[in-house]
Write a protein that binds this ligand. Structure first.
Ligand SMILES: Nc1ncnc2c1ncn2[C@@H]1O[C@H](COP(=O)(O)OP(=O)(O)OP(=O)(O)O)[C@@H](O)[C@H]1O
Ligand SMILES: [Mg+2]
Length: 199
């Protein structure tokens, strides 16, 4: 059985989520694969923005929803940021995302995939980052449980208005599978416990 390490974190505000992402960015290595999941607005792109800054990327990381894949090469490591939100699982194999972690056609770097649960083939070794709004603060339960409906019913202006009302706390689950990713998470756990209390 492949070894797994899991950490549950609680970020009671945006700054905590950013601090978690910043800390992680200091530990990742060439070949790290981050699989981000969590409903619409849970904070995947926000996490990646702080992560990118800490990696030394000064271009603001945006949601690659329309470009699908963004490549950032100016940081400590190349970052390949992918968003699968608008794709159906059968469309994904033709993207050949594995090229990003094979290191043949692209310099090996960090691959971060939003909506990774859509991947038909999950890379065996990875770090899963799952963001969610804790149930007790879920004043807008329907938004998080029905992201598709939410997306269809609202235009962008409505989304901006709603974001003001969204809770500020997040449950962040980090799960590492495979020796390299576990090593990163072990170091993270060790360093992080000196800064923030975690469960
Ligand atoms: N503790 C927190 N952690 C992360 N984001 C937070 C937090 N508190 C508030 N927010 C806000 O929640 C929103 C998260 O939006 P973001 O675009 O990052 O979500 P997403 O998961 O990438 O959504 P999508 O699936 O649409 O790409 C941002 O407006 C961010 O400022
Ligand atoms: Mg996003």
């Amino acid at each position: 059985m492949t070894e797994t390490l899991k950490i549950d974190l609680y970020a009671d505000n945006l700054g905590k989520t950013q601090a978690i992402a910043t800390q992680l960015a200091q530990l990742v290595t060439a070949g790290t694969i981050m699989l981000l999941d969590g409903n619409l607005g849970s904070g995947k792109t926000t996490f990646m923005q702080a992560f990118g800054l800490a990696l030394g990327i000064s271009n603001t990381i945006t949601s690659p929803t329309f470009t699908l894949i963004d490549e950032y090469t100016e940081g400590r490591l190349p970052l390949y940021h992918i968003d699968l939100y608008r794709l159906e699982s059968p469309q994904i194999p033709s993207l050949h995302l594995e090229e990003y972690w094979r290191g043949n056609d692209f310099p090996l770097g960090v691959v971060a995939i939003e909506w990774a649960s859509k991947l038909p083939n999950i890379p065996r070794q990875h770090l899963r980052i799952n963001l969610s709004v804790p149930t007790r603060s879920q004043s807008n339960t329907n938004i998080f449980e029905n992201p598709e409906t939410f997306n269809l019913e609202l235009d962008e202006g409505d989304l901006d208005d709603l974001e003001d009302d969204l809770p500020k706390d997040r449950h962040i689950e980090l799960t590492a599978i495979g020796a390299d990713h576990i090593e990163i998470l072990r170091k993270f756990k060790h360093q992080f416990k000196h800064q923030f209390k975690y469960q």
